[in-house]
Design a protein around this ligand. Sequence first.
Ligand code: C5P
Length: 313
Amino acid sequence: MPPTPAVTVRVPAKVNAQLAVGGPRPDGFHDLANVFLAVDLYDRVTAAPADAGADPAVPRVTCAGPGSDLVPLDGGNLAVRAAVLLAGHHGRPPAVRLHIDKDIPVAGGMAGGSADAAGALLACDALWGTRTPREVLLDLCARLGSDVPFSLVGGAALGRGRGERLTPLPVGGTFHWVFALADGGLSTPAVYRECDRLRAAAPVPEPEADPALLAALAAGDPYALAAALPGANDLQPAALSLRPALDETLRAGTGAGALAGLVSGSGPTVAFLTADAGTARKVAAALETSGTCRAARATTAPAPGATTIVSHA
Ligand code: C5P
C-alpha cells in the first residue's frame, strides 16, 4: 500500500528580546519595534487529505500535547483559518485533516497559535501542490496575525507596524535561553489593554529598536544582550500587574544564575538569558524545583523558521 499522503511542518516559538509598544492606534492595534528571536522549541503541524465523507469546505483539526485542551478545534483555530485563507486564495476547497502536536506553551506569549498558522499554510500548500510564492505566503501570514510572518521566516528579525513588517537581523552566535512555563495563559488583548491603562497618564514615545541591543545580538554577546534586557519589554509591567506571581519566577531565575530575565511577549512565560548551555541547564533545574512555574526548558536561539520535516505523497 502506498504511504498516506501527509506533510509535517515544524515551526518554532519566539521570544521578544525587545518589545517596544506605541500608543493604541485607531484600529485597536499598537505600533511596535519588536525584536523577534526564534527559539528551538517547536510545534508540529501535519496536513493530510480529508477523510472520505468529510465536508470538503470545513478543515478538521485535532491537537495533542500540554495545554491542548485550551486550543479551539473550530473555525477559531488559527491553523484552520490559515487553511481556509490559502484555499480561498487559490479558489479551491479547504479539504484537509490537520493535526497539531503542541510543545509551545498555549497562550504563553511565545506565538504558539501563530506558529500553528504558519505551519498549516506551508503544510497545506505542499499537500495541495499549490506552490504559493513566498511573498504571497508572507502576505497571507500577516492577514492571520501580527506574529505569523515571523513564525514562517524564523531566525531573528525586527518587526515594525503591528509586528508583521519584518527586517532580518544579523546574529553573531547562539544564545542560551531558559523558559519558565506558567500554569494557564494570559490573553494578549487583555495585556495590551492593561499596558494602555497603566500608561494612560504619560505620553507614549514612538517605539524604536534599541541600538545597544541590536549590537549585542550582532556580536553574539550574551553579557551585552543581558545588559540591554531590563525594561526592553513594554508589556512586562502589564503582565506583572495581571499576574503578580511572575515576579517570584523572575527572581527565582536570576537567583539561580541567569544573566537577566524578562516576560516573554505578553506572558505569562518568563524568559531567562544565560551565559552558556551548562548554566541554562542549571537554571532550568533550579526553576523546576522552585515552585514558581509549571516546568522549565533550556533552549537556544536563533532557530530556523517553518520547515517541512516529513513529506510523502
Ligand atoms: O495580531 P494578533 O491577532 O496576534 O493580535 C492579537 C491581539 O493583540 C490584537 O487583537 C490586539 O489586541 C493585540 N495587539 C496589539 N498590537 C499589536 C499586536 C497585537 O494591540 N501590534
